[in-house]
Design a protein around this ligand. Structure first.
Ligand code: CP
Length: 320
């Protein structure tokens, strides 16, 4: 695997899940694989889980790890070609990327959507430059449009907790005070469409996800109806994807607190588990009682980030 971006990059999901549980059973099984190999983790944006779980995954595989916070200590980077660099940016990404590639064997990059230009965000302008110019395998640690390490961890969690062969999984929009990217819901939808689940997406009008991710998933605009009989509720806020109106891209169109997942919602499910990628704003996305209930999977889900990252880095090391 040279790039980890989409569910298709991981191949057969049953094989990937088998590998995940093998690693969960013995997370140091492949410790020789990464000897004298270096993972470089580059963060253009903040992180808690991705930073720690990916470092831990690399250490599980015996790798050395370098973490770079681009905005704290590195030169400020210009990303646009043709710009006269007479401002505060001292280095261009087109030199910085191949230099970074010199010091490592694998590169992970986190770079969120800027919301300045839908086309640039959805063309993955930053990450594609890493793929093109680093000369090294690149894995996405949440980009403008996808968060595959999270979606893989979510799939592992659903597989662990499901009580039916084909559970009903509902992705629900929930309110948030600030504009958030669509990366998590995009990847979650992409991975659930590839998994053996009954997948439903619910959100207010105007929040339609990009067709390349939502595919043929059932979209239900009545949140309570969507929740009926569900086995897993995956709550997440996302800003307007701009599918129906490109001018609204990245905007917060509404903050309707009726969409906050509370006990009233959970009562119509089939005793569903609650999921969220974290960080979560309590009593905006989900109420205290729902996230603190025994049916809340937010911590096991976060723990599985180490497992998904270990599988992905293992695959990349094996392909070197
Ligand atoms: N879920 C997730 O990616 O968390 P961080 O933003 O803290 O890495």
């Amino acid at each position: 695997m040279k790039v980890f971006q989409h569910v298709s990059d991981i191949g057969d999901l049953n094989v990937a899940l088998k590998e995940a549980f093998e690693i969960k059973n013995d997370r140091f099984k492949y410790q020789e694989l990464g000897r004298n190999k270096t993972a470089l983790l580059i963060f253009f944006n903040n992180s808690l889980r991705t930073r720690l779980s990916t470092q831990k995954a690399a250490m599980n595989l015996g790798m050395n790890v370098i973490v770079l916070d681009v905005n704290q200590g590195a030169w400020k980077l210009e990303t646009e070609r043709g710009v006269i660099m007479d401002g505060d940016k001292s280095e261009h990404l087109l030199e910085a990327i191949p230099v970074m590639g010199c010091y490592c064997d694998l590169i992970g990059v986190r770079s969120f959507a800027t919301f300045q230009n839908r086309k640039d965000d959805y063309e993955e302008k930053i990450l594609n430059q890493f793929i093109k110019y680093s000369g090294k395998p690149v894995f996405f640690m949440e980009s403008a449009t996808v968060h595959p390490l999270q979606a893989f961890a979510d799939l592992i969690t659903i597989e662990e907790y499901k009580k039916k062969d084909r559970p009903k999984v509902v992705l629900s929009w929930a309110p948030h005070p600030k504009a958030l990217p669509q990366a998590v819901p995009n990847s979650f939808a992409e991975w659930m469409n590839a998994a053996d689940v009954d997948f439903v997406v619910t959100h207010p009008h105007g929040y339609e996800l990009d067709p390349q991710f939502v595919g043929n998933a059932r979209v239900e605009y009545d949140q309570m109806k969507a929740f009926e009989g569900a086995d897993f509720i995956y709550a997440k806020n996302w800003s307007c994807p701009g599918v129906t109106n490109p001018d609204d891209y990245g905007k917060v169109l509404l903050k309707d607190m009726n969409w906050t997942v509370d006990q009233r919602h959970m009562d119509v499910t089939d005793n569903a588990y609650f999921m969220h990628c974290l960080p979560v704003r309590r009593n905006m996305i989900v109420t205290d009682d729902v996230i603190e209930a025994p049916t809340s999977l937010v911590i096991p889900e976060a723990a599985n980030r180490e497992i998904s990252a270990t599988v992905v880095l293992k695959r990349m090391l094996q392909a070197l």
